[in-house]
Design a binder for this molecule. Structure first.
Ligand code: 5GP
Ligand code: ZN
Length: 113
């Protein structure tokens, strides 16, 4: 297994976990781009949103619901933040295991560079 996020799920690479259940894991980004920056990933290895299958729609929905809940728990309900899913090279995806970023705790620029 060469996927680093699968290794994090398996406990072979340590992470700062903030939530885990049978379907997903949420953990702090190792290189935070904002005061709050965590990732929510499915335990199922799906490379990116472009290759997800319709049968995974419920799973992806669960990930988004959990990302929302964790963002609120981390104090970002009032001012909000950004939910990001990068896909493939033009999207800046560097880890080929689907992940939702949440960034908050500061004002974020738009559009992305
Ligand atoms: P991408 O650029 O693929 O959308 O985002 C991948 C994210 O994973 C990056 O923000 C990067 O900092 C984070 N990341 C990469 N390797 C590790 C790791 O080993 N542990 C953690 N916690 N985050 C990682
Ligand atoms: Zn993986």
């Amino acid at each position: 297994m060469s996927c680093i996020f699968c290794k994090i799920i398996a406990g072979e690479i340590p992470s700062k976990k903030i939530y885990e259940d049978d379907d997903m894991l949420a953990f702090s980004d190792i290189n935070p781009m904002a005061p709050v920056h965590f990732l929510v990933i499915p335990k199922k290895h799906i490379e990116n949103l472009l290759v997800m299958e319709d049968k995974d729609a419920l799973l992806i929905g669960k990930l988004l619901c959990k990302a929302k809940e964790l963002a609120k728990q981390q104090g970002c309900e009032e001012k909000g933040g950004r939910f990001v899913i990068n896909a493939k090279s033009d999207g800046g995806q560097t880890v080929d295991h689907l992940h939702i970023h949440f960034l908050g705790g500061r004002s974020l620029g738009w559009p992305p560079g």
